[in-house]
Every structure is written in structure tokens, then in C-alpha cells.
Design a protein around this ligand. Structure first.
Ligand SMILES: [Fe+2]
Ligand SMILES: [Fe+2]
Length: 304
């Protein structure tokens, strides 16, 4: 019954043992308690970066070449804290999306139990990110007002493949960056631990999101698929453009206007985003979600 060649258009549950069951088993084998695993005690060592410098929004710009090594490290620490804060905002949205999805469903079902496990993971992640950002001496970076309000509508209304695709987009974009940061010896050790924990636990969430997308899309007609393709692309745009808060530059002692202008024109950073999203775009294409209007938004966000 188990099949090794997964077909992207067929739910895995129809191809072998249940995905949710395997995820529950995997979670029982390897999960983390960030309160105990992360070194919260050692004071922040300012000799380290907060993220791999190549992921900085200013890496490769004229401004970057003028900055001192200390300024670069302070900037990547503020950027890492901003990504963590945006992560919390998004994790709050996705916890509500998942909770709404399983509301009043059969709790003895593996899928519902997995959904609750994922919510518990995200709850621990958000506390971990909050403590991490504070330890990086960053203020509370919140997304722009328009993004906060769009998120409020999305978490209240989105359902089916739209909900799980938005979850997948946020998790995939974070995944590639965090894989780099967790291996990078220039990054402060406690941030590397945080990223390691997140990468391990999120790989299960991404499997679940892909499976749920396939399941829901199998029931979706062309009109719904087209509308959702567009909604997902807009969600991806909002998520990606909210990742680094504009205040990080002033907090790193830089000129905000100049930094913003150079970051927006930074071809190196756009190329990093595009290459990190290649697998995601391939998956969305296999789900026939890269419609023309959707593509325009992915291009604007430099995801393709
Ligand atoms: Fe998470
Ligand atoms: Fe997640």
C-alpha cells in the first residue's frame, strides 16, 4: 500500500499510511522545549551576527561597504529580531487558521490530533522568538498597520487550500534562511539553537500544509482555484514584504531613508529570495496555483 513515488496531485493519505499519524510519531520522537534547550543565561556577545550577513537586506550595497563590522553585526541582529517578530505575528494567524479548520471535528482523528500538536509547537515557537528578540536587544517590531489589518481579515475568513498555502509560504521562506543561520558560526549561538529547533519542527508543519493543500484542492472547482491562487499570492506578498521592519536601520544606527532606498534596490537580496523560493514555486505550479494574476504578485515580492 505504501508508495515511494508521491504524486503531487493525489493526497498522500490515499497513497499510503496517514501523513498525520507519521507526523505524530515523528513529533513524539523529536521535539524541543525551547525554555530548556536555548541558552537564555549567557549575556549577548556583540562579536556575533544575528543572521548570516549574506541574508542582510543591505548586503552587497554601497552602504554595506561603508559600514563598520560592528554596524553590520548590529544590523543583522536587528534584522533577525524583526524576522522573529514577524514570525510571531504569522504564527498567531496560523494557529487561528488551524484551530478554525479543526473546530468541532472528530478529536480521535489523527489529523485533528496533529493539528493540535502543530498549534502547541507554534505556541512554544512564539514564546521562543519573543525571548530571542528581547535578548537581541530589539524593540517589538510589528508589521505595518495595513498588513496587521489584512492579517486580521485573513485569519478570520481564509479556509481550505488558501489557509494552508499561506501557512506553507511563510514556513518555506523562513526555512531556507534559518537553515543557513543555524549552520553559520558567525551567528550568535543562542540564535543558531533557536533556528535549529524551528527548522526541525517546521519541516513537519510543511509536510502537513502540502498534504492539506492537495486534499482541499482535489475538491476545488476552477473558479475557487483561481480566486484562491490570487489570495495566496497576495498573502505571500504581505508576508515577505513585512519580514524586515524599516525601523531596523535606525536602531542599528543607520540613516533610515538611505538604507531603505538601497535595500529596495538590492539585487543580491532579491536573488537570495528567488533562489530560496524555487522549491515552493515548483510546488505551487504543480498545484496549478501560479495563475497570471498570482504571478504578478510573486514577481513584485521577488519570489520568482
Ligand atoms: Fe513556528
Ligand atoms: Fe509552523
Amino acid at each position: 500500500m505504501a508508495s515511494s513515488t508521491a504524486r503531487p496531485d493525489v493526497p498522500e493519505s490515499a497513497q499510503g499510511p496517514g501523513v498525520a499519524r507519521r507526523l505524530l510519531d515523528s513529533s513524539a520522537t523529536l521535539s524541543y522545549d525551547p525554555a530548556k534547550e536555548v541558552d537564555w543565561e549567557t549575556p549577548l556577545d556583540e562579536d556575533f551576527h544575528g543572521a548570516s550577513p549574506e541574508w542582510s537586506t543591505l548586503f552587497g550595497t554601497a552602504y554595506w561597504s561603508e559600514m563598520t563590522e560592528e554596524q553590520r553585526k548590529e544590523l543583522t541582529r536587528q534584522e533577525a529580531a524583526s524576522v522573529a517578530s514577524t514570525g510571531i505575528w504569522f504564527e498567531m494567524i496560523l494557529q487561528q487558521l488551524i484551530l478554525r479548520d479543526v473546530y468541532a471535528k472528530d478529536p480521535t482523528d489523527d489529523t485533528v490530533q496533529w493539528a493540535l500538536t502543530e498549534i502547541a509547537d507554534e505556541c512554544r515557537h512564539s514564546i521562543m522568538f519573543a525571548r530571542g528578540a528581547k535578548k537581541l536587544r530589539a524593540p517589538a517590531y510589528r508589521p505595518p498597520r495595513a498588513a496587521v489589518e489584512l492579517g486580521r481579515a485573513f485569519k478570520t475568513l481564509a479556509f481550505g487550500e488558501a489557509a494552508y498555502a499561506a501557512i506553507l509560504v511563510a514556513e518555506e521562506v523562513l526555512d531556507v534562511m534559518q537553515r543557513d543561520w543555524m549552520r553559520d558560526e558567525r551567528v550568535v549561538p543562542f540564535v543558531r539553537t533557536i533556528n535549529n529547533i524551528h527548522v526541525v519542527e517546521e519541516s513537519r508543519h510543511m509536510k502537513f500544509a502540502r498534504e492539506e493543500m492537495r486534499k482541499h484542492l482535489a475538491k476545488a472547482g476552477p473558479a475557487r482555484r483561481n480566486i484562491h491562487a490570487f489570495v495566496i499570492a497576495v498573502a505571500a506578498y504581505v508576508i515577505v514584504t513585512s519580514m524586515v521592519n524599516r525601523k531596523v536601520y535606525a536602531n542599528a544606527g543607520l540613516d533610515e531613508e538611505r538604507a531603505l532606498a538601497e535595500a529596495r534596490a538590492n539585487e543580491h537580496h532579491k536573488a537570495m529570495l528567488r533562489s530560496s523560493c524555487a522549491g515552493l514555486m515548483e510546488f505551487l505550479a504543480s498545484c496549478r496555483l501560479l495563475t497570471k494574476p498570482a504571478l504578478a504578485f510573486y514577481k513584485r515580492a521577488h519570489l520568482i
